[in-house]
Write a protein that binds this ligand. Sequence first.
Ligand code: AKG
Ligand code: FE2
Length: 192
Amino acid sequence: MQTLDIPDAELYYDPHFLKQEEADAYFLRLEREISWQQESIRMFGKELPMPRLTAWYGDKAYTYSGLYNAPKPWVPVLQELKDRVEQASGHIYNSVLLNFYRHGNDSMGWHADDEAALGDEPAIASLSLGGERRFSLKHRARQDLKPVHITLAHGSLLLMQGPTQHHWLHHIPKTKRPVQPRINLTFRRVKA
Ligand SMILES: O=C(O)CCC(=O)C(=O)O
Ligand SMILES: [Fe+2]
């Protein structure tokens, strides 16, 4: 893992966490084996489809972006990836949120993964597969710090921990560039 030197954050990145062929195979398995959902979000009093497909697996129920997610048992492909991510990151997880970005018009808005259920300084391990998308971080308070952009490679692992969620927001912007579909998994540990 390489350390990304960013103030008020603790970030590690491994662009080659999975070999190309492994990453290709996991993309295909996840596309097929995960029960992808089209959720909706309430915005300005209207129900709008979320600009991506999602799935939640794990031992605990979890509320994310105002959506209640019932626990759903681990399936082999997720158990395998969880084991490898735990090994590499040195943390134990009990849940994973999956996002499927079908095309460049799919995205995720600015947020921090700072729900109380994640505890004070959560470790969040983010595995990316498929088309490369830009992931950006911006500091919540310090305007002297420029946003940080990381192109998350196919088969890469990004680990966010320590004070990162306290001080920084992150998002996946839409892009007009033609991009391949992308799957992202964020492994988390939800408290009782
Ligand atoms: O797709 C990504 O790389 C980011 C996902 C994310 O921020 C999240 O699931 O909370
Ligand atoms: Fe996030």
